[in-house]
Design a protein around this ligand. Structure first.
Ligand SMILES: CC(C)(COP(=O)(O)OP(=O)(O)OC[C@H]1O[C@@H](n2cnc3c(N)ncnc32)[C@H](O)[C@@H]1O)[C@@H](O)C(=O)NCCC(=O)NCCS
Ligand SMILES: Nc1ncnc2c1ncn2[C@@H]1O[C@H](COP(=O)(O)OP(=O)(O)OP(=O)(O)O)[C@@H](O)[C@H]1O
Length: 202
């Protein structure tokens, strides 16, 4: 039996950074952002629904979705965001459940599901233990602006479109405070995995 760990946090709080550490440890990671990208490729049902609701203006010349353009729309309009979520999330949920079942068949000690909107989209039923990657809001804003080249306003609209990170901390089984160095975060992760007996005792 594999322990299914949900890894979540806020935008740019460090989920990918921590998920890379899991991969280095040989633990399988299933990434909801990747599944969400696959779910909206041309030919998929969610793709057709997006085009019929948002129009062909949100398409690139080659017919794929112009992600920055769609992001600009949905992070500034709650109604449109909920509409996109209602189109994409059922497909993501299904894909994640399939991937989880496959990983469990392999009988690994643990499987990680990296899901940014674990709480917002009520996906907690897919996992057994939850790790929240936390950063303070100032650091989050700075890292997001730097990584994506966003203005303060653009970054803030994305942060505000998610449940406050502080509220997620209260619902976690374990928290990694990623406001410090990457090495400090790695140590916190190892401590959690040792406590949960995922890693062999050294
Ligand atoms: C709006 C889109 C096209 C922007 O694409 P882009 O390539 O710029 O960003 P990417 O997909 O890499 O997401 C980056 C981060 O934004 C945040 N985010 C994405 N979608 C949402 C959303 N609907 N609500 C709140 N935060 C979101 C997450 O923290 C995510 O990790 C894309 O994010 C999307 O299709 N979102 C809807 C699907 C979704 O909710 N994905 C999140 C995981 S299920
Ligand atoms: N401890 C740290 N110190 C300095 N920079 C960091 C640290 N952790 C992550 N970063 C940087 O902050 C940015 C956000 O981290 P990361 O991409 O891991 O976040 P994420 O939660 O996966 O984001 P998203 O929700 O947008 O997918 C990246 O540019 C990353 O290199």
């Amino acid at each position: 039996m594999s322990l299914v760990i949900g890894l979540t946090g806020g935008i740019a709080s460090g989920k990918s950074t921590i998920s890379a550490m899991f991969t280095e440890l040989g633990i399988t990671v299933i990434d909801a952002d990747i599944e969400a990208r696959l779910a909206v490729e041309p030919g998929e049902k969610a793709y057709n629904d997006i085009v019929s609701h948002f129009g062909t203006e949100i398409l690139e010349e080659d017919g794929t979705i112009n992600r920055p353009k769609l992001g600009e729309i949905i992070f500034n309009n709650k109604e449109k965001r909920l509409l996109l979520n209602s189109i994409v999330h059922p497909a993501v949920r299904e894909r994640m459940a399939q991937k989880r079942a496959k990983a469990e068949e392999a009988n690994e000690k643990a499987v990680v599901m990296d899901i940014p909107l674990l709480f917002e989209s009520n996906l907690t039923g897919l996992v057994e233990k939850i790790i929240v990657v936390y950063v303070d809001e100032h650091t989050q804003l700075e890292r997001l602006m730097k990584r994506n080249g966003f203005s303060e306003e653009e970054a803030y609209s994305r942060i505000k479109s998610q449940m406050p990170l502080k509220d997620k901390v209260g619902m976690a089984d374990a928290v990694i405070d990623n406001s410090g160095s990457i090495e400090q975060s790695r140590q916190q992760l190892l401590d959690i995995l040792n406590k949960w007996e995922i890693l062999r005792a050294k």
